[in-house]
Ligand binder design. Structure first.
Ligand code: PHB
Length: 373
Protein backbone atom coordinates (compact mmCIF):
# COMPACT_ATOMS: atom_id res chain seq x y z
CA UNK A 1 0.00 0.00 0.00
CA UNK A 2 1.36 3.42 -0.89
CA UNK A 3 -0.75 5.08 1.80
CA UNK A 4 1.22 6.22 4.82
CA UNK A 5 -1.21 6.70 7.69
CA UNK A 6 1.44 8.41 9.85
CA UNK A 7 2.02 11.29 7.48
CA UNK A 8 -1.50 11.93 6.23
CA UNK A 9 -4.62 13.19 7.96
CA UNK A 10 -7.22 10.51 7.25
CA UNK A 11 -10.58 11.32 5.72
CA UNK A 12 -13.48 9.15 4.57
CA UNK A 13 -11.56 8.19 1.44
CA UNK A 14 -8.40 6.96 3.15
CA UNK A 15 -8.08 3.16 2.90
CA UNK A 16 -8.23 1.20 6.15
CA UNK A 17 -7.36 -2.30 7.32
CA UNK A 18 -9.92 -3.73 9.76
CA UNK A 19 -8.50 -7.05 10.93
CA UNK A 20 -8.41 -9.32 7.87
CA UNK A 21 -10.55 -6.97 5.80
CA UNK A 22 -8.98 -4.31 3.55
CA UNK A 23 -11.34 -1.34 3.04
CA UNK A 24 -10.90 1.10 0.12
CA UNK A 25 -12.67 3.82 2.12
CA UNK A 26 -13.96 4.49 5.65
CA UNK A 27 -17.62 4.92 4.70
CA UNK A 28 -19.29 1.98 6.43
CA UNK A 29 -22.86 0.85 5.80
CA UNK A 30 -24.48 0.53 9.24
CA UNK A 31 -26.69 -2.47 10.03
CA UNK A 32 -30.31 -1.75 9.08
CA UNK A 33 -33.30 -3.96 9.86
CA UNK A 34 -35.43 -4.07 6.68
CA UNK A 35 -37.74 -7.05 7.40
CA UNK A 36 -37.65 -8.37 3.87
CA UNK A 37 -36.28 -11.91 4.36
CA UNK A 38 -38.11 -14.66 2.51
CA UNK A 39 -39.50 -18.10 3.35
CA UNK A 40 -37.97 -19.49 6.55
CA UNK A 41 -36.28 -16.12 7.16
CA UNK A 42 -33.79 -16.87 4.37
CA UNK A 43 -32.24 -14.02 2.35
CA UNK A 44 -33.71 -13.66 -1.15
CA UNK A 45 -32.35 -12.55 -4.54
CA UNK A 46 -33.90 -9.11 -3.82
CA UNK A 47 -31.85 -8.89 -0.62
CA UNK A 48 -28.72 -9.80 -2.64
CA UNK A 49 -29.51 -7.06 -5.17
CA UNK A 50 -29.97 -4.49 -2.36
CA UNK A 51 -26.61 -5.27 -0.79
CA UNK A 52 -24.79 -5.51 -4.13
CA UNK A 53 -26.09 -2.02 -5.02
CA UNK A 54 -24.25 -0.77 -1.92
CA UNK A 55 -20.94 -2.60 -2.59
CA UNK A 56 -18.97 0.66 -2.86
CA UNK A 57 -19.18 0.99 0.94
CA UNK A 58 -15.83 0.47 2.62
CA UNK A 59 -17.65 -2.31 4.46
CA UNK A 60 -21.28 -3.44 4.52
CA UNK A 61 -22.57 -4.57 7.90
CA UNK A 62 -25.79 -6.47 7.27
CA UNK A 63 -29.05 -6.14 9.09
CA UNK A 64 -29.19 -8.04 12.37
CA UNK A 65 -29.47 -11.78 11.81
CA UNK A 66 -30.77 -14.49 14.14
CA UNK A 67 -28.27 -16.99 15.52
CA UNK A 68 -30.92 -19.55 16.56
CA UNK A 69 -34.66 -20.15 16.55
CA UNK A 70 -35.30 -18.23 19.80
CA UNK A 71 -33.42 -15.13 18.60
CA UNK A 72 -36.11 -13.37 16.55
CA UNK A 73 -38.03 -10.27 17.65
CA UNK A 74 -39.46 -8.73 14.48
CA UNK A 75 -41.23 -10.04 11.37
CA UNK A 76 -39.16 -11.28 8.41
CA UNK A 77 -35.71 -10.63 9.84
CA UNK A 78 -33.14 -13.08 8.45
CA UNK A 79 -31.46 -15.91 10.31
CA UNK A 80 -28.22 -17.80 9.77
CA UNK A 81 -28.92 -21.05 11.60
CA UNK A 82 -30.60 -23.16 8.91
CA UNK A 83 -29.18 -24.49 5.65
CA UNK A 84 -31.68 -22.52 3.56
CA UNK A 85 -30.71 -19.29 5.31
CA UNK A 86 -27.03 -20.05 4.78
CA UNK A 87 -27.63 -20.67 1.07
CA UNK A 88 -29.43 -17.33 0.88
CA UNK A 89 -26.49 -15.57 2.54
CA UNK A 90 -24.07 -17.27 0.14
CA UNK A 91 -25.90 -15.63 -2.76
CA UNK A 92 -25.74 -12.27 -0.96
CA UNK A 93 -22.00 -12.65 -0.36
CA UNK A 94 -21.38 -13.67 -3.98
CA UNK A 95 -23.37 -10.71 -5.32
CA UNK A 96 -21.53 -8.21 -3.11
CA UNK A 97 -18.14 -9.69 -3.91
CA UNK A 98 -18.92 -9.73 -7.64
CA UNK A 99 -19.72 -6.02 -7.34
CA UNK A 100 -16.33 -5.43 -5.66
CA UNK A 101 -17.56 -5.11 -2.06
CA UNK A 102 -16.93 -6.48 1.43
CA UNK A 103 -19.67 -7.66 3.78
CA UNK A 104 -19.95 -8.92 7.35
CA UNK A 105 -23.18 -10.09 8.93
CA UNK A 106 -24.46 -8.77 12.22
CA UNK A 107 -25.37 -11.57 14.63
CA UNK A 108 -28.10 -11.03 17.20
CA UNK A 109 -30.39 -12.58 19.71
CA UNK A 110 -33.19 -10.17 20.61
CA UNK A 111 -33.78 -11.59 24.11
CA UNK A 112 -36.71 -9.83 25.77
CA UNK A 113 -37.38 -7.68 22.67
CA UNK A 114 -39.53 -10.43 21.25
CA UNK A 115 -42.94 -12.00 21.60
CA UNK A 116 -44.37 -15.54 21.84
CA UNK A 117 -45.47 -15.09 18.20
CA UNK A 118 -41.78 -15.28 17.20
CA UNK A 119 -40.82 -18.08 19.60
CA UNK A 120 -40.88 -21.85 18.97
CA UNK A 121 -44.12 -23.28 20.41
CA UNK A 122 -45.27 -19.79 21.42
CA UNK A 123 -42.92 -19.79 24.42
CA UNK A 124 -42.01 -16.66 26.35
CA UNK A 125 -38.91 -14.80 25.14
CA UNK A 126 -35.78 -15.26 27.26
CA UNK A 127 -33.66 -12.62 28.98
CA UNK A 128 -31.13 -12.31 31.80
CA UNK A 129 -33.92 -11.34 34.19
CA UNK A 130 -37.72 -11.47 34.13
CA UNK A 131 -38.02 -7.71 33.54
CA UNK A 132 -40.22 -6.48 30.70
CA UNK A 133 -39.10 -3.59 28.54
CA UNK A 134 -41.58 -0.75 28.79
CA UNK A 135 -43.28 -0.09 25.49
CA UNK A 136 -44.69 -2.00 22.57
CA UNK A 137 -43.35 -4.05 19.72
CA UNK A 138 -44.58 -4.61 16.19
CA UNK A 139 -45.52 -8.24 15.72
CA UNK A 140 -46.77 -8.21 12.17
CA UNK A 141 -50.30 -8.37 13.66
CA UNK A 142 -50.25 -4.89 15.17
CA UNK A 143 -48.58 -3.45 18.25
CA UNK A 144 -48.34 -5.51 21.46
CA UNK A 145 -46.83 -4.65 24.86
CA UNK A 146 -43.43 -6.25 25.43
CA UNK A 147 -44.08 -9.44 27.39
CA UNK A 148 -42.32 -10.17 30.67
CA UNK A 149 -39.55 -12.55 29.57
CA UNK A 150 -38.44 -15.61 31.48
CA UNK A 151 -35.04 -15.45 33.15
CA UNK A 152 -32.47 -17.78 31.59
CA UNK A 153 -31.21 -20.66 33.72
CA UNK A 154 -27.44 -20.50 34.19
CA UNK A 155 -27.18 -23.91 32.52
CA UNK A 156 -28.84 -22.60 29.34
CA UNK A 157 -26.21 -19.96 28.68
CA UNK A 158 -23.42 -22.12 27.14
CA UNK A 159 -25.77 -23.23 24.35
CA UNK A 160 -26.54 -19.61 23.49
CA UNK A 161 -22.82 -18.87 23.34
CA UNK A 162 -22.38 -21.84 20.99
CA UNK A 163 -25.16 -20.54 18.73
CA UNK A 164 -23.17 -17.35 18.14
CA UNK A 165 -20.03 -19.34 17.29
CA UNK A 166 -21.95 -21.73 15.03
CA UNK A 167 -23.57 -18.80 13.23
CA UNK A 168 -20.14 -17.20 12.75
CA UNK A 169 -18.82 -20.42 11.21
CA UNK A 170 -21.79 -20.65 8.87
CA UNK A 171 -21.32 -17.00 7.91
CA UNK A 172 -17.65 -17.27 7.00
CA UNK A 173 -17.03 -20.91 6.03
CA UNK A 174 -20.38 -21.81 4.45
CA UNK A 175 -21.81 -18.52 3.19
CA UNK A 176 -18.49 -16.88 2.28
CA UNK A 177 -19.18 -13.63 4.13
CA UNK A 178 -16.08 -11.68 5.19
CA UNK A 179 -16.80 -11.80 8.93
CA UNK A 180 -19.39 -11.09 11.59
CA UNK A 181 -20.34 -8.24 13.88
CA UNK A 182 -21.58 -9.31 17.31
CA UNK A 183 -24.63 -7.17 18.17
CA UNK A 184 -23.97 -6.07 21.74
CA UNK A 185 -26.01 -2.85 21.39
CA UNK A 186 -29.50 -1.34 21.37
CA UNK A 187 -31.12 -3.35 24.14
CA UNK A 188 -30.96 -6.84 22.60
CA UNK A 189 -29.83 -9.94 24.52
CA UNK A 190 -26.13 -9.18 24.99
CA UNK A 191 -26.87 -5.56 25.96
CA UNK A 192 -29.55 -6.82 28.36
CA UNK A 193 -26.77 -8.71 30.16
CA UNK A 194 -24.34 -5.76 30.03
CA UNK A 195 -26.53 -3.01 31.48
CA UNK A 196 -27.70 -3.17 35.06
CA UNK A 197 -31.19 -1.80 34.31
CA UNK A 198 -32.04 -5.13 32.63
CA UNK A 199 -29.74 -7.57 34.46
CA UNK A 200 -30.63 -8.36 38.07
CA UNK A 201 -29.06 -11.83 38.09
CA UNK A 202 -27.40 -13.23 41.16
CA UNK A 203 -25.28 -15.91 39.43
CA UNK A 204 -21.90 -15.40 37.72
CA UNK A 205 -23.64 -13.55 34.83
CA UNK A 206 -25.01 -10.75 37.02
CA UNK A 207 -23.94 -8.35 39.75
CA UNK A 208 -20.74 -6.42 39.00
CA UNK A 209 -19.67 -5.35 35.51
CA UNK A 210 -17.20 -8.24 35.22
CA UNK A 211 -20.08 -10.65 35.73
CA UNK A 212 -22.51 -8.79 33.49
CA UNK A 213 -19.87 -8.79 30.71
CA UNK A 214 -19.27 -12.55 31.06
CA UNK A 215 -21.88 -13.51 28.44
CA UNK A 216 -20.38 -11.09 25.90
CA UNK A 217 -16.83 -12.20 26.63
CA UNK A 218 -17.74 -15.88 26.31
CA UNK A 219 -19.37 -15.12 22.95
CA UNK A 220 -16.25 -13.27 21.79
CA UNK A 221 -14.03 -16.10 23.00
CA UNK A 222 -16.11 -18.66 21.10
CA UNK A 223 -16.56 -16.68 17.88
CA UNK A 224 -12.94 -15.53 17.65
CA UNK A 225 -11.85 -19.12 18.23
CA UNK A 226 -14.28 -20.28 15.53
CA UNK A 227 -13.43 -17.86 12.69
CA UNK A 228 -10.42 -15.79 13.86
CA UNK A 229 -10.52 -12.52 15.79
CA UNK A 230 -9.57 -10.59 12.66
CA UNK A 231 -13.03 -11.35 11.23
CA UNK A 232 -15.04 -10.45 14.35
CA UNK A 233 -16.35 -6.97 15.16
CA UNK A 234 -18.50 -5.86 18.09
CA UNK A 235 -21.19 -3.19 18.37
CA UNK A 236 -21.97 -1.41 21.65
CA UNK A 237 -24.32 1.45 22.63
CA UNK A 238 -23.25 2.44 26.14
CA UNK A 239 -25.70 5.31 26.63
CA UNK A 240 -28.53 4.42 24.27
CA UNK A 241 -32.02 4.38 25.77
CA UNK A 242 -33.59 2.48 22.88
CA UNK A 243 -35.60 -0.59 23.96
CA UNK A 244 -35.95 0.81 27.49
CA UNK A 245 -32.29 0.39 28.37
CA UNK A 246 -30.53 2.07 31.28
CA UNK A 247 -27.34 1.70 33.26
CA UNK A 248 -26.25 3.24 36.55
CA UNK A 249 -22.71 4.12 35.33
CA UNK A 250 -22.25 3.89 31.56
CA UNK A 251 -18.89 5.67 31.62
CA UNK A 252 -17.35 3.49 34.33
CA UNK A 253 -18.86 0.21 33.19
CA UNK A 254 -18.14 0.54 29.48
CA UNK A 255 -14.61 1.83 30.05
CA UNK A 256 -13.97 -1.33 32.05
CA UNK A 257 -15.48 -3.45 29.28
CA UNK A 258 -13.45 -1.69 26.56
CA UNK A 259 -10.21 -2.36 28.44
CA UNK A 260 -11.12 -6.04 28.65
CA UNK A 261 -11.80 -6.11 24.90
CA UNK A 262 -8.19 -5.20 24.12
CA UNK A 263 -7.03 -8.77 24.66
CA UNK A 264 -9.27 -10.08 21.86
CA UNK A 265 -7.66 -8.14 18.98
CA UNK A 266 -11.03 -7.80 17.27
CA UNK A 267 -11.33 -6.46 13.73
CA UNK A 268 -13.14 -3.43 15.15
CA UNK A 269 -15.33 -1.95 17.86
CA UNK A 270 -18.46 -0.16 16.55
CA UNK A 271 -19.82 2.42 18.98
CA UNK A 272 -23.22 4.09 18.73
CA UNK A 273 -23.28 7.48 20.39
CA UNK A 274 -25.35 10.03 18.54
CA UNK A 275 -24.07 13.52 17.94
CA UNK A 276 -26.09 16.23 19.73
CA UNK A 277 -29.60 16.30 18.28
CA UNK A 278 -29.42 12.72 16.97
CA UNK A 279 -31.96 10.17 18.24
CA UNK A 280 -29.07 8.03 19.54
CA UNK A 281 -27.43 10.91 21.48
CA UNK A 282 -27.00 10.31 25.23
CA UNK A 283 -30.13 11.31 27.15
CA UNK A 284 -29.87 14.55 29.18
CA UNK A 285 -27.64 13.99 32.20
CA UNK A 286 -25.81 11.02 30.66
CA UNK A 287 -22.10 11.34 29.86
CA UNK A 288 -20.53 11.01 26.43
CA UNK A 289 -18.63 7.74 26.53
CA UNK A 290 -17.16 7.37 23.04
CA UNK A 291 -14.09 9.53 23.76
CA UNK A 292 -13.35 7.60 26.94
CA UNK A 293 -13.57 4.32 25.01
CA UNK A 294 -11.20 5.72 22.38
CA UNK A 295 -8.71 6.55 25.13
CA UNK A 296 -8.57 3.02 26.55
CA UNK A 297 -9.38 0.80 23.55
CA UNK A 298 -6.36 0.02 21.38
CA UNK A 299 -8.07 -1.34 18.25
CA UNK A 300 -10.00 0.29 15.42
CA UNK A 301 -13.22 2.11 16.28
CA UNK A 302 -16.18 2.79 13.99
CA UNK A 303 -18.49 5.55 15.25
CA UNK A 304 -22.19 5.87 14.42
CA UNK A 305 -24.87 8.38 15.22
CA UNK A 306 -26.06 11.00 12.77
CA UNK A 307 -22.81 11.90 11.01
CA UNK A 308 -22.66 13.89 7.78
CA UNK A 309 -19.75 13.89 5.30
CA UNK A 310 -18.35 16.98 7.08
CA UNK A 311 -18.76 15.81 10.68
CA UNK A 312 -17.41 12.38 9.72
CA UNK A 313 -14.28 13.84 8.14
CA UNK A 314 -13.80 16.05 11.20
CA UNK A 315 -14.08 13.04 13.55
CA UNK A 316 -11.49 11.12 11.50
CA UNK A 317 -9.14 14.11 11.32
CA UNK A 318 -9.31 14.54 15.11
CA UNK A 319 -8.64 10.85 15.62
CA UNK A 320 -12.00 10.26 17.34
CA UNK A 321 -12.62 7.22 15.15
CA UNK A 322 -11.04 5.18 12.36
CA UNK A 323 -14.23 4.97 10.30
CA UNK A 324 -17.83 6.19 10.40
CA UNK A 325 -20.98 4.20 9.69
CA UNK A 326 -24.03 5.63 7.96
CA UNK A 327 -27.50 4.11 8.21
CA UNK A 328 -30.32 6.11 6.68
CA UNK A 329 -28.01 7.80 4.17
CA UNK A 330 -26.90 4.39 2.84
CA UNK A 331 -30.47 3.13 2.85
CA UNK A 332 -31.50 5.94 0.51
CA UNK A 333 -28.23 6.31 -1.45
CA UNK A 334 -26.79 3.08 -2.84
CA UNK A 335 -23.86 5.10 -4.20
CA UNK A 336 -23.17 7.09 -1.02
CA UNK A 337 -19.34 7.16 -1.43
CA UNK A 338 -19.69 8.57 -4.98
CA UNK A 339 -22.15 11.20 -3.76
CA UNK A 340 -19.80 12.18 -0.92
CA UNK A 341 -16.85 12.33 -3.34
CA UNK A 342 -18.76 14.59 -5.75
CA UNK A 343 -20.44 16.55 -2.94
CA UNK A 344 -23.70 15.65 -4.65
CA UNK A 345 -27.17 15.94 -3.13
CA UNK A 346 -28.48 12.92 -1.22
CA UNK A 347 -31.78 11.12 -1.79
CA UNK A 348 -34.09 11.45 1.23
CA UNK A 349 -35.04 8.18 2.93
CA UNK A 350 -38.72 7.17 2.87
CA UNK A 351 -39.61 6.01 6.39
CA UNK A 352 -42.85 4.35 5.33
CA UNK A 353 -40.89 1.68 3.42
CA UNK A 354 -38.17 0.98 6.03
CA UNK A 355 -39.69 -2.28 7.27
CA UNK A 356 -41.24 -4.96 5.11
CA UNK A 357 -42.46 -4.92 1.54
CA UNK A 358 -40.50 -5.43 -1.65
CA UNK A 359 -38.39 -3.38 -4.03
CA UNK A 360 -40.15 -0.08 -3.30
CA UNK A 361 -38.02 1.95 -0.91
CA UNK A 362 -35.41 -0.83 -1.00
CA UNK A 363 -33.74 -1.39 -4.37
CA UNK A 364 -35.34 1.52 -6.24
CA UNK A 365 -33.37 4.46 -4.79
CA UNK A 366 -31.57 5.95 -7.79
CA UNK A 367 -27.79 6.14 -8.10
CA UNK A 368 -26.29 9.33 -9.51
CA UNK A 369 -25.66 7.92 -12.96
CA UNK A 370 -29.32 7.07 -13.43
CA UNK A 371 -30.33 10.51 -12.08
CA UNK A 372 -28.09 12.17 -14.66
CA UNK A 373 -29.28 9.93 -17.51
C1 PHB B 1 -35.14 -2.00 14.66
O1 PHB B 1 -35.58 -2.89 13.94
O2 PHB B 1 -35.81 -1.02 14.98
C2 PHB B 1 -33.78 -2.13 15.17
C3 PHB B 1 -33.10 -3.29 14.94
C4 PHB B 1 -31.81 -3.43 15.43
C5 PHB B 1 -31.23 -2.38 16.12
C6 PHB B 1 -31.92 -1.22 16.33
C7 PHB B 1 -33.19 -1.09 15.84
O3 PHB B 1 -30.00 -2.52 16.59
Amino acid sequence: MSQSPQTQTPDLFTPLQLGAIQLPNRIIMAPLTRSRAGEGNAPTPLNAEYYAQRASAGLIITEATQVCDTAQGYPNTPGIHTDAQTVGWRAVAEAVHAAGGRIVTQLWHTGRISHPLFQPNGALPMAPSAIAAQGQLYTGQGMEPFPTPRALETAEIPALVRHFADAAKRAVFDAGLDGVEIHGANGYLIDQFLRDGANHRTDQYGGNVENRARFLLEILEATTHAIGADRVGLRLSPTGGFNDMSDSDPLGHFTTIAKTLNSFNLAYLHVIEGLPGNAMAPAPGLPHVAAALRAVYKGAIILNGGYSHATADAALAKGEADAISFGEQFLANPDLPTRFARKAALNEPDRASYYGGGAKGYTDYPALESVAA
